[in-house]
Ligand binder design. Structure first.
Ligand SMILES: NC(=O)c1ccc[n+]([C@@H]2O[C@H](COP(=O)([O-])OP(=O)(O)OC[C@H]3O[C@@H](n4cnc5c(N)ncnc54)[C@H](OP(=O)(O)O)[C@@H]3O)[C@@H](O)[C@H]2O)c1
Length: 352
């Protein structure tokens, strides 16, 4: 029988959070084959899918930095994939690549949207294949550029990172430590907080679900905050504004606490501190720095090799059908480090 391919399609736009069994449908379709390839295209099979909070935003029909996913379309997602067949000089059968293939088992991509793993500093740094979605992927790049280009922490300064045990936050926090700053991370469990202080070397980690979080946040920032790297928004952003130093930098990376909220809430109580403390608050999208990815990857590779940067990943098994579980974990904090779903173990043999 010809090979079949499972794919996750958008069925209905969610009004708030992703609704299991409603927002998406899993469908089996005949897999494309080598015969379907045109010049400059590659036939890919997915090994790992990246689950990113931004994917929730791609479901809303509104102006953003990328067009929304349309109803009936395969859900957009970054992947690590293996080349099954190729009509491109960029990569050949058996090669590992990254591509925005979407949540599907098999698909065709144009060569300009495929990045061969051999182009990345995996081997030199002791990196592994899944790092292509983690430290060498977009979350690693986001942490690097957000912290170094916007946050610009200096030795002795106080840096606070929200969602610090996540893929982006954990790398951003460590980059601030490398710069010599005093680093405080916030996260949603005591286990995550222990990882941040005991393994990553953060100075303080605070569980934002602790009833005393507000008091502890204040106590942990006696000299106020010089750099706030925000992944969460809402209440935590307001608290950070309340503790901001004069001329502090606020790196506006994400606001996950608001992504599923039907009516959004923003920082209100301490908003005027932006003026009184002359805060520089800058949003960014990692793609803004695409030309500089190779240099950032080389630096991250060196830090990994020197043991200055550590990373963790949470890999869910179960392929395309595990997507709803992955989204649930992402928004409920089930992951430590980079969250991904294994669609096919790279050790398994491929067949066309
Ligand atoms: N600007 C850019 O170009 C760019 C690129 C990539 C990512 N981002 C942003 O960076 C942030 C982190 O993304 P990531 O891919 O690294 O994900 P991640 O941090 O690995 O995973 C998301 C984490 O967010 C936390 N979270 C979920 N709901 C929350 C809530 N209501 N309040 C507080 N924390 C909550 C959870 O951890 P806890 O257990 O700690 O709650 C969860 O583990 C997101 O805001 C994302 O949109 C921005």
């Amino acid at each position: 029988m010809a090979r079949q391919s499972l794919q996750l399609e958008l069925a209905e736009r969610p009004k708030a959070g992703i609704v299991p069994g409603k927002t998406f449908r899993v469908r089996q379709v005949p897999a494309p084959t080598e015969a379907d390839l045109k010049d400059g295209q590659l036939l890919l099979e997915t090994l790992y899918v990246s689950y990113d909070p931004a994917m929730r935003g791609w479901l809303d029909d509104r102006r953003s930095y990328v067009p929304p996913v349309q109803i009936g379309e395969v859900m957009r997602a970054l992947t690590i994939a293996r080349v099954l067949a190729s009509k491109s000089s960029k990569a050949g059968p058996g090669d590992i690549v990254t591509a925005t293939l979407g949540i599907r088992e098999v698909g065709i991509m144009p060569e300009d949207q495929v990045e061969p793993a051999s182009a990345l500093p995996l081997g030199k740094s002791g990196g592994k294949v899944t790092d292509l979605l983690g430290v060498f992927g977009l979350t690693g790049m986001t942490a690097y550029f957000g912290m170094t280009k916007i946050g610009e922490p200096k030795a002795g300064e106080t840096v606070v990172v929200s969602a610090a045990a996540g893929a982006t936050g954990s790398v951003a926090a460590q980059i601030a430590k490398i710069a010599g700053a005093r680093v405080i991370g916030t996260a949603g469990s005591d286990e995550k907080c222990r990882w941040l202080t005991e393994e990553l070397g953060l100075d303080v980690a605070l569980n934002y679900k602790d009833p005393d979080f507000r008091r502890k946040f204040k106590e942990a920032t006696p000299k106020f905050i010089d750099v706030f790297f925000d992944n969460v928004g809402g209440e935590q952003l307001d608290m950070a504004l309340g503790r901001a130093n004069a001329f502090s930098r606020f790196v506006m990376c994400g606001g996950i606490s608001q992504y599923n909220a039907e009516s959004k809430s923003g920082p209100t109580r301490n908003f005027s501190n932006i003026i009184t403390q002359r805060i520089k608050m800058q949003g960014f999208i990692v793609f803004d720095f695409a030309k500089e990815y190779p240099a950032a990857m080389a630096q991250i590779g060196r830090w990994l090799g020197e043991g200055k940067l550590k990373r963790k990943e949470t890999i869910i098994k179960g392929g395309v059908a595990a997507s709803e579980e992955a989204f649930k974990q992402l928004f409920e904090g089930g992951n430590i480090g980079k969250l991904m779903v294994e669609v096919k173990n790279p050790e398994e043999v491929s067949r066309l």
